[in-house]
Write a new protein. Structure first.
Length: 84
């Protein structure tokens, strides 16, 4: 199964870049028909994870994927599942 991975550690404090990277990875998954995207906001205070989840919950983005899974073994990871 093909998977894309986005690590947000390097850009955690640059808001516009975070949005751009999230848009890019979701578009790439849709275009290439990738089944799974792993997003790593890191553990930290949880603010970046909340921001990622808010982004994924936007109606225009939510229409593109099947479901979001928060990794129960690693708090700093989110999986986005696609059904193509």
């Amino acid at each position: 199964m093909a998977k894309l991975k986005l690590d947000l550690h390097d850009i955690y404090n640059r808001g516009n870049e975070i949005e751009a990277e999230l848009n890019r990875i979701i578009e790439e998954a849709v275009e290439r028909r990738i089944a799974l995207v792993e997003i790593i906001p890191g553990k930290g205070s949880g603010q970046l994870k909340k921001r990622v989840l808010r982004f994924l919950n936007q109606s225009n983005i939510r229409a593109l994927y099947h479901r979001v899974e928060k990794d129960d073994k690693n708090f700093g990871r989110i999986f986005v599942h696609f059904r193509h």
